[in-house]
Write a protein that binds this ligand. Structure first.
Ligand code: PLP
Length: 443
């Protein structure tokens, strides 16, 4: 077996890490995670950490759910791979599509599978263009997105993402997109502006942009119900009602990116229930398999599906897809994930644990290192008092957290929380107590 030191060196020599300071990695090296245990992960030196962000907002069933492993093994033995091009199908892929349709609003009835959230967003973009071209609306191509929104890092999804580090020197955006003001009342509101006034101003900005560019050029609006990677930013009151009204007025499709908020995270099965949103296209991934397999899904309305069907007949094929679209092992694992979420009532657990988390973060507002807290559903954040340049306080807390048995995520000077859906009341209490120790060390 390769020794720890050798693995460390091989990582430095040969492994390019995503979203990592590649220069800093050479001096710092990897944190080698060895195995999982419920909401905890254990590193190669046997240090145990509570995963405050479920890995990448995704492993809601934690890191040792053997029922998912068993289903994957059984499916691998029966049919380890088959594709779904040219009319082929298999039962897990079909059954999962039916299950997703059962769980989502009644207008969303048709599922296309991808391997990731980014691919799902790219698929949604291409579907919107395909549909608009089919309807003779060839000028309607531009997407409306938001600054600090995150939709992935491929060429199209990365263009929609509103983060400079995803664009700079990658020659993005590469598709027509306009980024609107972040719906973050805490940071973007003007002095004395109420939340309702802030929402109204965001609506005016959207209307003005549409008039300026021409509604005949704007294809779709894409957004996360609550911005996740941008720093856990719940929208101001009335925001989604306003967005939907303006989209309807100008025949702009609504693409809802529930890659983080889907499957219980909001204390509802989907964020769309929480905010009363009816999208034309719903994008899902991450929690769909608790990240035990790579899978994304795009669910489209009957209306859009009718157009896809007609247009593919014109071309002789719907010319889009991937080798692993609807992989049998991934879709079997997804079915089991959804079964566990339902039978163990993890949506209700997320609602209760979310209330506990947010109350705990509110209590931390009295700490000298904390400016404020926020959250929605089982998502939360604390904004730290700046300590030097922007992001330095967050980075410091992120590092110190390891010694208190927490894996945290810092977004600038905010610490964000998205614990596994399976977390118990005692585990969230322990996490909050450890977080206070982290903040003590920071202050
Ligand atoms: C809201 C949202 N959409 C899309 C993505 C992209 O998913 P992936 O990393 O699987 O490509 C992410 C990833 O964090 C996300 O948070």
């Amino acid at each position: 077996m390769t020794t720890l030191n050798a693995l460390h060196q091989l990582d430095l020599d040969h492994h390019i890490h995503p979203f990592t300071n590649l220069a800093g990695h050479q001096s710092r090296g990897p944190l080698l995670i060895d195995h999982g245990d419920g909401p905890f992960v254990v590193d190669a030196q046997d240090n145990r950490y509570f995963e405050c962000v479920s890995g990448l907002w995704s492993a809601g069933l934690g890191f040792s759910e053997h029922r998912l492993a068993d289903v994957a093994y059984a499916q691998m033995k029966r049919l380890p791979y088959y594709h779904s091009f040219t009319h082929k199908a298999h039962s897990p892929g079909i059954e999962l599509a039916a299950k997703l349709v059962e769980l989502t609003p009644e207008t969303l009835n048709h599922v296309f599978y991808t391997n990731s959230g980014s691919e799902a967003v790219d698929t949604a973009v291409k579907m919107v263009w395909y549909v608009n071209n089919a309807l003779g609306r060839r000028g309607k191509k531009t997407f409306l997105a938001r600054r600090l929104g995150y939709h992935g890092s491929t060429v199209a999804s990365g263009s929609l993402t509103g983060l400079a580090r995803v664009h700079d020197d990658f020659d993005l955006p590469a598709i027509p997109v306009r980024h609107l003001t972040t719906p973050n009342y805490g940071k973007e509101a003007r002095p004395n502006e109420t939340e309702v006034e802030f929402t109204t101003r965001l609506g005016q900005e959207m209307q003005e942009l549409i008039s300026h560019e021409g509604a005949g050029t704007i294809a779709a609006f894409i957004g996360e119900p609550v911005m996740g990677a941008g720093g856990v930013l719940p929208p101001p009151v009335g925001y989604w009602t306003m967005v939907q009204r303006i989209c309807k007025e100008h025949d702009i499709l609504l693409v809802l990116d529930e890659v983080i908020t889907g499957f219980g995270r909001m204390g509802r099965m989907f964020g769309l229930e929480y905010y009363g949103i009816t999208p034309d296209i719903l994008v899902l991934s991450k929690q769909l398999t608790s990240s035990y397999q790579s899978l994304g899904a795009v669910i489209v309305s009957d209306e859009l599906h009718d157009v896809l069907v007609r247009q593919s007949a014109q071309h002789g094929s719907f010319g889009h897809g991937f080798t692993n679209t609807g992989h049998p092992v991934a879709t079997a694992v997804a079915l089991e994930t959804l079964r566990i979420i339902e039978t163990e009532d993890l949506v209700a657990n997320a609602e209760a644990r979310g209330a506990q988390l947010r109350a705990g973060l509110t209590l931390l507002e009295d700490h000298a290192a904390v400016l404020s807290s926020r959250g929605a559903g089982f998502l939360g954040a604390v904004e730290l008092v700046p300590d030097g340049p922007a992001g330095a306080a967050g980075l410091k807390a992120f590092e110190i957290a390891h010694k208190h048995g927490l894996i945290l995520r810092a977004v600038g000077d905010a610490l964000v929380f998205c614990p596994p859906l399976i977390s118990s009341e005692a585990q969230i209490d322990q996490m909050l107590a450890a977080l206070r120790l982290v903040l003590d060390d920071c202050a």
